[in-house]
Design a protein around this ligand. Structure first.
Ligand SMILES: Nc1ncnc2c1ncn2[C@@H]1O[C@H](COP(=O)(O)OP(=O)(O)OP(=O)(O)O)[C@@H](O)[C@H]1O
Ligand SMILES: [Mg+2]
Length: 326
């Protein structure tokens, strides 16, 4: 199959005074061109660390111990800083949770967009300005002239996130990574931004890796879902397969925790994500799992295909479809 991005067996540790945080352990997944993939899981599962590794943002005390991150077959982990900088913004762009912090407070929006257009597309000043203006319109910032002359602190959170998305469009990137792109925004703005991301992805035919702790958001915006737990991928598959027949007990619990019409009580998952300095041996979910046997706490379950593009890493996967979650 044709992969735009392929992450292979990624292992990443943080060397802290408390000990070695085993943040990612053998994470592997791929994305096809134009595909939208949702990366979900509770807090501390390793979603942001995965995104940062792809962007080349891992700094000490973090260290990538093993694995490959292939973009069109080229291993990003083998690239020198300069080559990696060339890829950021041009081929992969990152949409942050707090867009105002990600924009340069000392430059106008226009200057930043024009810089992105110049660097990524080699445009002259006049063409870069025209593209920046046009893109601001495309992301729903009608008064483009005024926005061009604004500084990030003059923008609302929603406007700043639209500017971040415009940066991705101007750079023409083929992969957008959005880490909780709406969780810092007002609820009323969240849906607008997600709708915009969907439209831009179609127009640009770029891929989207959408990081969210909300399975509902992932389902609405993605083709496929990857479920992470404590630094590992426990299940992945098409949205429909994940919702109709979740196979990992953790996925099932996440689905049961989703709000739904007529549901009175949301079922929180008992317990917490384990401390990654000393994670349980074997399956990392075993100490919270009601299907676990002694074998689970000893042996790491391998990932196996259980359907078309649907894979699970569990010794005792759930077989029966869960209709209540659909
Ligand atoms: N700079 C760091 N130093 C030490 N540990 C870190 C560092 N950054 C992340 N970690 C650890 O790596 C693990 C994964 O963190 P990560 O931020 O990827 O979680 P997440 O899934 O994005 O959670 P959230 O939903 O809260 O954003 C956590 O155990 C976290 O404590
Ligand atoms: Mg995060």
């Amino acid at each position: 199959m044709n992969h735009l991005l392929e992450v292979q067996d990624l292992r990443l540790n943080f060397y802290t005074y408390r000990g070695v945080v085993q943040a990612l352990e053998g994470v592997s997944f791929h994305m096809a061109p134009g595909e939208a993939v949702g990366l979900v899981g509770e807090t501390g599962c390793g979603k942001s660390v995965t995104a940062r590794a792809i962007m080349g943002f891992i700094e000490p005390p973090g260290r990538i111990e093993q694995g490959r991150i292939l973009l069109d077959g080229r291993d990003l982990l083998q690239l020198k800083d300069k080559a990696l900088r060339g890829i950021r913004g041009r081929e992969i762009s990152f949409i942050f949770q707090e867009p105002k912090k990600a924009l340069d407070p000392t430059c106008t929006v226009g200057a930043q967009l024009m810089e992105a257009a110049t660097v990524a597309r080699g445009l002259g000043k006049r063409d870069a300005e025209a593209l920046a203006m046009q893109t601001l319109g495309q992301v729903g910032l009608g008064d483009a002239g005024r926005v061009m002359g604004s500084y990030s602190f003059e923008l609302s959170g929603g406007m700043a996130q639209r500017v971040m998305i415009a940066m991705a469009v101007v750079g023409g990137s083929r992969l957008m990574i959005a880490d909780e792109p709406t969780s810092a925004l007002d609820v009323s703005i969240q849906a607008q931004i997600l709708r915009l991301l969907r439209r831009i992805r179609r127009e640009q035919t770029s891929s989207l890796l959408l990081i969210t702790h909300d399975l509902g958001v992932a389902a609405e915006n993605c083709d496929r879902i990857i479920v992470m737990y404590a630094g590992r991928i426990v299940e992945s598959g098409p949205v429909r397969a994940i919702f109709r027949s979740p196979a990992h007990p953790y996925t099932e619990r996440l689905l049961r925790a989703l709000p739904a019409p007529g549901k009175r009580r949301l079922e929180a998952i008992p317990g917490t994500v384990p401390d990654l300095v000393a994670p349980p041996p074997g399956c990392r979910f075993s100490n919270r799992c009601d299907r676990a046997t002694p074998h689970c706490s000893r042996e790491r379950p391998p990932s196996s295909e259980i359907g078309d593009g649907h894979a699970v890493a569990c010794h005792h996967p759930v077989i029966a479809p869960v209709s209540a979650a659909a």
